[in-house]
Ligand binder design. Sequence first.
Ligand SMILES: CCCCCCCCCCCC(=O)SCCNC(=O)CCNC(=O)[C@H](O)C(C)(C)COP(=O)(O)OP(=O)(O)OC[C@H]1O[C@@H](n2cnc3c(N)ncnc32)[C@H](O)[C@@H]1OP(=O)(O)O
Length: 219
Amino acid sequence: MTVNTQPTAERPDPRAYGLPVVRQSEIPAELRSLVSRVHDLIDAVANTEADTETLAEAARTVEGLTAGLNVARRQIGTMVKRDEDLPEEAAEFGTITNIVAGDTNPAAPPLTLHRTPEGLRGEVTLNTVYQGPPGLVHGGWIAAMLDQALGSASSIEVHPGLTARLEVNYRNPTPLFTPLEITSRVDRVDGRKVHVSGEIRAHGKVTAEGTALMILIKG
Ligand SMILES: CCCCCCCCCCCC(=O)SCCNC(=O)CCNC(=O)[C@H](O)C(C)(C)COP(=O)(O)OP(=O)(O)OC[C@H]1O[C@@H](n2cnc3c(N)ncnc32)[C@H](O)[C@@H]1OP(=O)(O)O
């Protein structure tokens, strides 16, 4: 089908579902900096061979930091409003702690997707935190990235939906420490059923391809 790259005129407002909304520009630079440093910390912890004294001291420090941050927690389901140059009724929303793309999730790579004339495109480079087989990306994580890219294609080009079915073909190993190109698009819309597809490429070669059926949320 011809892909509609124009935002849908009417999108569901998460506030109508009782979900708080944070504008992307409202996320403090200090929080973004903390998220980036903890992202690096996760990698360091996963790979450290430091001596036990250093490990024990780090654990105490992190425990204290965790307690300090937990004094004020967001409501589950808090959404972030993206692309603020769009008109209010065409605004895009994502879950702020989304494991693949969440702005405030240090465990997320994060994957950012942008519109193209063909659909959506993003680039991401993964470290050993996302490792499955030695030197390769975990297959479940590959599925998660495709789910995100395919779900976003539906959300941005048609309407937000939930994944009813996802099929992944693993064509070639997906390497760590290598820029991965992720593309997705809407193939067909049939009432509330949106058929979407996408790929992951490394060095221009497809490593995984996915197709999914998204069921649009009502409203
Ligand atoms: C505010 C901003 C929020 C924004 C929220 C945006 C979130 C994006 C998240 C990214 C993607 C995810 O990870 S989503 C997370 C993983 N997925 C899930 O947890 C979904 C779990 N499943 C469900 O909740 C449900 O099964 C749904 C919602 C998928 C469908 O339930 P429903 O809404 O009651 O719809 P239902 O009447 O059953 O089906 C509608 C039509 O679709 C068909 N259909 C339904 N499921 C299937 C299926 N698996 N395979 C084939 N066909 C199916 C039915 O036959 C029917 O066709 P016909 O009779 O009309 O012909």
